[in-house]
Design a protein around this ligand. Structure first.
Ligand SMILES: [Zn+2]
Ligand SMILES: [Zn+2]
Length: 276
């Protein structure tokens, strides 16, 4: 069984129970004309697909059909609520806008994402009938936003906690985040998804010496991501040009007397990984 099929819900659980199970207070649900007995059907909440627990987490309903399995077994969902909001009206528009706002909050406050996985009939175009949910489950594993485009609202959500990190994930690192490194108007934007995929590929081991990176205070494994052909020399920001290296070999790849040889070997190593 793959993770993807394990995650397919089979039981017709109620949204109210899963929202409560996730740790959100649902005592308000009973305040509508149906009263406590019909709290689960409170239209103010039961059709919502995003719930925000400020400073804690964001809870989302995600269609199982939208899950994409990656090469390394990871699961991601790509969606754009802002775009959807432009295409629909009324309460749909309101919900989609709220969704996009929740993503922004999650990015700003680095909030984890909890996911209620749903199956059923999904509305994919504004003109279609309303969606109908057939089964639900609350994923016990946390997700996180790994890509958010502030210009377009394009969003990538990835299942699981981050196990590995690099120099750009440490906010106070003296190297600084790329956005701070503005040199005469030029800054190199590194795709966080590429970095994340390289770190997953390396599984904590330096791709030069094969030694494990060191364990950080929070338990994650540290390696540095390195553009084999540097961005300043128009090296592409893709997994085929980025290696995960231990700090020592990363410095050597930049300043060592053998750096040219290292570059050639690293390029060969990466090419081998992606050769069909
Ligand atoms: Zn190394
Ligand atoms: Zn480097």
């Amino acid at each position: 069984m793959s993770t993807l099929s394990d995650l397919r819900p089979t039981a017709r659980l109620r949204q109210i129970d899963l929202v409560k199970q996730a740790g959100i207070d649902v005592s308000d649900w009973k305040y509508f004309r149906g009263g406590a007995r019909h709290a689960a059907a409170n239209p103010k909440y039961c059709y919502e697909w995003v719930f925000v627990e400020p400073k804690e987490f964001v809870l989302l309903n995600l269609w199982h059909d939208m899950f994409e399995e990656e090469k390394h077994g990871g699961i991601v969902v790509n969606l754009n609520s802002r775009e959807w909001a432009k295409r629909v009206i009324g309460v749909q528009k309101h919900r989609a806008t709220k969704g996009d706002e929740a993503f922004q909050l999650a990015v700003k406050d680095k909030l984890p994402i909890r996911v209620i996985v749903i199956t059923g009939r999904q509305r994919t175009r504004p003109t279609e009938k309303a969606s109908h949910v057939e089964a639900r489950l609350l994923d016990p594993v946390s997700w996180r936003i790994t890509k958010y485009d502030w210009e377009t609202g394009e969003c990538t959500i990835t299942r699981g906690e981050e196990k590995f990190m690099d120099q750009f994930s440490i906010p106070d690192d003296t190297g600084g985040k790329p956005k701070r490194r503005v040199v005469s108007g030029t800054s190199f934007v590194r795709d966080p998804v590429v970095r994340a995929n390289v770190l997953i590929r390396a599984q904590g081991k330096c791709e030069w010496c094969r030694e494990m990176g060191f364990k950080m205070v929070d338990g994650r494994i540290y390696l540095e991501t390195h553009h084999v052909v540097s961005l300043s020399k128009n090296g592409p920001d893709t997994v085929k040009n980025v290696a995960a290296l231990c700090p020592n070999h990363h410095r050597e790849a930049h300043h060592g007397e053998t750096r040219n040889k290292m570059r050639k070997i690293l390029l060969k190593t990466l090419a081998n990984i992606y050769r069909q």
